[in-house]
Design a protein around this ligand. Structure first.
Ligand SMILES: [Zn+2]
Length: 205
């Protein structure tokens, strides 16, 4: 890897970076079982952004799984390729369960969780740096998050399966603004009940 940028993202923190087309971003789960929530925007036109719906529909049409894996292509709301998942040590990544929020925490875990930090707050804080806000907060990818579907159709969040040092590589197919929330959730096992730091490496293809 020809690494051109190397970032350390503390536990619970937001992060953003612009990838140039052709660059590869590696997200490293340093200590294991850390959910990494991510949003993607065309760096030159933020109205074009990642679409979980279009991505999953295209994955299904090509006979692929419900989860993102090596070879998966992340599409925009205009149906264009934004990123390709070119390597992965985890096996699968969710793009259905959304980002945690104060609101969903109170519904799932009780009113006393109302004031706990959440991914939605991380995203909103990072979005405002680019002149965006709530209306720009769309469905995201949850890297390293284990979201099995039960036989009765229920979607659950289980213990993460990624190992220490596990990583996923994403190649930018256009210039992409990446927003990340290093998930602070401690009410379910998506972070092993212990949020931990991650590392972001950018390389020239
Ligand atoms: Zn979260």
């Amino acid at each position: 890897m020809n690494i051109v940028e190397d970032f350390f993202v503390p536990a619970r923190a937001p992060f953003s970076v612009v990838l140039k087309a052709g660059q590869v971003m590696r997200i490293v789960d340093l200590e294991s079982q850390q959910a990494v929530d991510a949003l993607f925007y065309n760096a030159h036109d933020y109205a074009e952004r990642y679409s979980a719906q279009d991505t999953l529909a295209a994955e299904a049409a090509s006979g692929r799984k419900f989860y993102l894996e090596t070879g998966s292509v992340l599409l925009s709301n205009e149906g264009r390729k934004m990123l390709t998942l070119v390597a992965d040590t985890c096996g699968y990544h969710d793009t259905c369960a959304g980002a945690c929020s104060c609101e969903s925490n109170t519904v799932r875990f009780g009113h006393e969780t109302r004031f706990m930090h959440s991914c939605r707050e991380n995203f909103l804080a990072e979005l405002q740096k680019y002149g965006m806000g709530k209306r720009d907060l769309v469905s995201n990818v949850n890297f390293f998050m284990n979201v099995p579907i039960r036989p009765d159709g229920e979607l659950t969040v289980d213990d993460g399966v990624s190992e220490p040092g596990g990583y996923v590589d994403l190649r930018a197919e256009m210039d992409v603004l990446v927003l990340i929330s290093n998930c602070p959730q401690v009410n379910n096992p998506c972070n092993g009940f212990k949020p931990t730091p991650i590392r972001i490496l950018i390389s020239e293809g």
